[in-house]
Design a protein around this ligand. Sequence first.
Ligand code: ZN
Length: 109
Amino acid sequence: MADKVHTNKCYCDIPRDKLAQLVQQHYIQHVPTTEMMRCAKSDGEREDIAVVALLDVPREELVKLLTLENPAKMPHWLECHKYIRQQLAEEGLCLKGVTPTDPGPAQST
Ligand SMILES: [Zn+2]
């Protein structure tokens, strides 16, 4: 079970190259969140890591885990979450619960 996250940071607040770097570390090199947190140099970086760790959390779990400092931002946040997951799926990264835009041919033969 993932920890609850309280933040006001959205994916669009994280520079694209920073986001890509954290995604690479966590989802491709499988560095655990705790290890990434330990190496983080600032609170801002820890927040980046926390939201990146939420990328493989499906929406229905997210609403239970995530508290935003500004709750009105939630619909926007969820849209960004969906968008980034979709982007990563298109780049070939498989995240839990992401349906690729092109499901490919059904296995009929
Ligand atoms: Zn955003």
